[in-house]
Design a protein around this ligand. Structure first.
Ligand code: PXG
Length: 452
């Protein structure tokens, strides 16, 4: 595509579009990047540049781009029944077949799904559902949900409140009442001189303290991502989840594992909860459910919670597009591909070990304080001093690295000065080699900028 076409799209963006999570003035000064097509693990921009998408879109294109079967599934369903709803005692085959398929994959004892249009709607649903649950059980005062600082649970009012992103809270008085936060298990960033395992216990124990402080009779649930994604691929020390489980077992509160990123194969297991043995009561899902080909989310619910909901009369909650038939048909086909091509098994046995081995090589780089990862998730901490973990005083080193990535045909995401990846699950070993080569190039270029 010619320059003039790129300029045309950039002008439309400036004149008519308000993109998500964007500093509008800064973007308009620079011009947005226009992505025009994609295939496999690659994107193409409007200048014709091929870009390796190490973020799978926004952590979602698990089966990779260009799967015709998903296109066909959508077209078939649109011809048959493009829309109907699940309200007022009606349903349709795609939503029901999908609910069954999800129940087959979900951890034992989680046989029901409530469908939504996104991960944020899933977390709004969760907040409504856990409060409704305790009210049915005769404890309507059990309302508080405990989340974690720097957790991400979406951008609606409930999502932003359950999440612990202080910048989001700062715009418009969040969190809403009845939501509290404890620290995240981010050893590299916040562990100081402690050993990781000691730090994991120390941070998990904050949950116990918080429950005591609020009073168990007022706490409805604890919500957490198995591995924090948007927060910077924060992988808890091994001691963290067992301690959290111990604490939850001592208290009568629900456990919500937000599987929006970890779900559908990201860790090499179907769910992050399987990877860590979490046994949650509710699991918000989205993203990899449809590989991002069409919007869809949901909440997978434990049988005991469902039994209580069954006794509660009408649950006054739902969305026009809950279980949308076209989205459900695409999700079903996506799950068929993941299962029949044994993609999750391949991640676990081959791709993840290979990626993680090669990712660790980057720890040798002068800019990299830590290289970490699980499954097909990875993070690099960019630091000024590898020994002391001292960060750069100047802001934007991560963004600078990200710019070098784009220039070299690679998408990585920067969370502050943490560079993160979450490539499509279908990435092959040669593509991983290309990814590592490109990351190294971009680290070198960033190092020349900031270390001189
Ligand atoms: N929970 C988790 C764990 C997520 O990662 C949501 C809920 C909300 O999903 P929806 O579909 O409403 O966006 C998410 C979304 C980023 C980034 O910059 C991450 C997400 C969304 C947008 C940007 O890493 N995660």
């Amino acid at each position: 595509m010619s320059d003039s076409q790129t300029l045309h799209w950039q002008a439309l963006s400036r004149d008519h579009h308000l993109p998500p999570f964007t500093d509008y003035k800064a973007l308009n000064a620079k011009g947005t990047r226009i992505i025009t097509r994609a295939s496999g693990v690659y994107l193409w921009d409007s200048d014709g540049q091929r870009i390796l998408d190490a973020m799978a879109g926004l952590w979602c294109v698990n089966v990779g781009y260009g799967r015709e079967e998903l296109v066909e599934a959508a077209a078939r369903q649109m011809r048959e029944l493009p829309y109907y709803n699940l309200f007022f005692q009606t349903a349709h085959p795609p939503a029901l077949a999908l609910a069954q398929a999800i129940a087959e994959l979900a951890p034992a004892g989680m046989q029901h799904v409530f469908f939504t249009g996104s991960g944020s709607e899933a977390n709004d649903t969760v907040l409504r559902m856990v409060r409704h649950y305790w009210a049915i059980k005769g404890q309507p005062e059990k309302k508080v949900v405990i989340g974690r600082w720097n957790g991400y649970h979406g951008s609606t009012v409930a999502g932003a409140s359950l999440g612990g992103m202080k910048a989001m809270h700062g715009q418009g008085d969040f969190p809403i009442p009845g939501i509290e936060h404890i620290d995240q298990p981010y050893w590299y960033g916040e562990g100081g001189d402690m050993e990781p395992e000691e730090f994991g216990i120390r941070i998990a124990d904050q949950l116990e303290q918080k429950i005591r402080e609020i009073g168990e009779d007022k706490v409805a649930a604890f919500i957490a991502e198995p591995i924090q994604g948007a927060g910077g691929v924060i992988i808890p020390p091994d001691s963290y989840w067992p301690r959290i489980k111990e604490i939850l077992a001592r208290h009568d509160i629900l456990f919500i594992a937000d599987e929006v990123i970890c779900g559908f194969g990201r860790t090499g297991e179907w769910f992050g909860s399987d990877y860590y043995g979490l046994e949650p009561d509710l699991m918000p899902i989205a993203k990899g459910l449809t590989s991002g080909y069409i919007p869809m989310g949901g909440v997978i619910v434990r049988d005991e919670v469902v039994r209580t909901l069954n006794e509660g009369g009408e649950f006054y909650h739902g969305f026009t597009y809950s279980g949308h038939p076209v989205a459900a048909a695409v999700a079903l086909e996506n799950l068929r591909i993941l299962r029949e091509e044994r993609i999750v098994e391949r991640v676990k046995a081959q791709t993840a070990p290979y990626l993680q081995r090669r990712w660790q090589e980057l720890a040798e780089h002068p800019l990299v304080g830590q290289a970490r990862g699980v499954g097909l998730l990875g993070a690099l901490e960019l630091v000024k001093n590898k020994k002391t973990r001292e960060r750069f005083a100047e802001p934007g080193v991560g963004m600078r690295c990200r710019e070098h990535c784009f220039r070299n045909g690679l998408v990585m995401r920067a969370v502050g000065d943490t560079m993160i990846i979450s490539p499509p699950l279908v990435i092959g070993e040669q593509e991983i080699d290309e990814l590592i080569d490109k990351v190294r190039l971009c680290l070198d270029a960033t190092a020349r900028d900031v270390l001189g």
